[in-house]
Write a protein that binds this ligand. Structure first.
Ligand code: ARG
Length: 457
């Protein structure tokens, strides 16, 4: 492509370090799309003859077909997807192919291709996140009243419902979606026509190509256009945060599926056995979701480090944006699919959850609240009194609801029989009616609200 200035071929090792076709071949469809928009604009602006533009477009459409059918022969000697496509075009239509690259450089071309690819990926992820939210909200409605322990410090804290716990993740994935949508809005400007870095002397119409490729507008500064990879960084940030949410949930599934917790059972479809221990049912899918989050976070870190020292504008370092981004998006997509499957598949063990919810004095806060509400104690004093009652119950080795009234009265004489109305776990969750609280009626309302919202998009 640049034979004019060169008299010998690159060293083999140069070709090896330089070539990106092995991974950027997946930009083939985007590359052809960008070129079709570019050549249509060149023709309309009178920069290329209409007849030449038509031959170029026809050749490009044939190439799109070859890529789609897997017939396209990629060559490492041709370095990257852009030169592979252009060279094939020359095979097909001869020297006219050389007119396509007028008023364009690979610098604005790769920036455009990558935006198109990342934008499509974000749209796909949004659909997958919506499907996961739908699965979670469906199960949340089913288990709106199923009592389980809520934890802080991984210690039993207060009873909550399983539905409420699942809806917590629906909220997280909702924020993830809004982060992706926000990144998409900012990335939706078209760098095509910035050319190498300074713009071009040809009378191109960047608004036309931007519109043809579904962008809101062309990018405003040619230097920024070819050197910006914020859109990849932002997408990877959103992906990394989303992967962290998936990983936390996966960790909970791993814990819940242990015989020690016994809160959920994953079906055979989402478990594996051990080659030596016949009793084992391992939650491998959940563990892999947890582990793969590391790759997604790594891709974000990797690209931040690639970009941090680069002067304007394009440097070849930027070719390193691709493998990490492709891998991270593919990995996240796989994790979302696996998590959606696990959510639809898992069977909670309701008696085990309920039993655990009642242990560890999880209704102590209800007792303290009763002392405040009925006896008018300041909360701090109620906290202290409750602490002593929990101490007594613990000495006797019984739960709070099994401790005698006399024992409680030995700490606070004004406590009456009425206290027993707040000490059960069902009563506890039913009382948490504050906005966003775990009362089953709240949870049912929230699950239905989400399901309605998700049916709309
Ligand atoms: N394969 C290159 C990349 O991915 C395309 C841009 C090449 N531009 C250049 N000036 N060498 O970044």
């Amino acid at each position: 492509m640049w034979g004019g200035r060169f008299s010998s071929a690159p060293a083999a090792i140069m070709e090896e370090i330089n070539a990106s076709i092995e991974f950027d071949k997946r930009l083939g469809p985007q590359d052809v799309r960008g070129s079709l928009a570019h050549v249509a604009m060149l023709a309309e602006a009178g920069i290329v003859e209409k007849a030449d533009a038509a031959r170029i477009a026809e050749g490009l459409r044939q190439i799109a077909g070859e890529i789609e059918n897997g017939e396209f022969q990629f060559s490492r000697a041709l370095e990257d997807i852009h030169m592979n496509v252009e060279s094939r075009l020359a095979d097909l239509i001869g020297p006219t192919a050389g007119r396509l690259h007028t008023a364009r450089s690979r610098n604005d071309q790769v920036a455009t291709d990558m935006r198109l690819w990342v934008r499509d990926a974000v749209d796909d992820l949004d659909g997958q996140l919506a499907a996961l939210q739908h699965a979670l909200a469906t199960r949340a409605l089913e288990f709106a009243g199923a009592v389980m322990p809520g934890f802080t410090h991984l210690q039993s804290a207060q009873p909550v419902t399983f539905g409420h716990h699942l809806l917590a993740y629906v909220e997280m994935f909702g924020r993830d979606r809004s982060r992706f949508i926000d990144a998409r809005r900012r990335m939706n400007e078209c760098p095509l026509g910035a050319a190498a870095l300074a713009g071009t002397s040809f009378p191109i119409d960047r608004h036309q190509t931007a519109a043809a490729l579904g962008f809101d507008r062309p990018t405003a500064n040619s230097l920024d256009s070819v050197s910006d990879r914020d859109f990849v960084l932002e997408t990877l940030s959103a992906a990394a945060i989303c992967a962290v949410h998936l990983s936390r949930f996966a960790e909970e599934i791993v814990l819940w599926a242990t015989p020690q917790f016994g809160f959920v059972r994953l079906s055979d479809a989402f478990s594996t056995g051990s080659s030596i221990m016949p009793q084992k049912r391992n939650p491998d899918a959940a563990e892999l979701v947890r582990g793969k989050a590391g790759r997604v976070i790594g891709a974000l870190n990797g690209l931040l480090i690639v970009m941090k020292g680069l002067p304007l504008t394009y440097s070849k370092d930027m070719q390193e944006d691709k493998e990490g981004a492709f891998d991270a998006i593919q990995t996240l997509s796989l994790c979302l699919a696996a998590m959606t499957g696990m959510v639809q598949d898992l069977t909670p063990n309701l008696p085990a959850m309920r039993k655990a919810a009642g242990s560890g004095y999880a209704t102590a806060t209800d007792l303290a609240d009763w002392l405040v509400r009925v006896l008018g104690l300041p909360f701090r004093e109620a906290h202290h009194v409750t602490g002593r009652i929990v101490g007594l119950a613990s000495e006797k080795g019984v739960g709070l609801e099994k401790l005698s009234l006399e024992a409680m009265q030995s700490v606070e004489p004004r406590i009456t029989q009425e206290i027993f109305t707040v000490l059960g776990v069902e009563k506890s969750v039913r009382s948490r009616v504050s906005f966003g609280g775990t009362a089953p009626a709240n949870v049912r309302r929230e699950a239905r609200r989400w399901l309605r919202k998700l049916e709309r998009n």
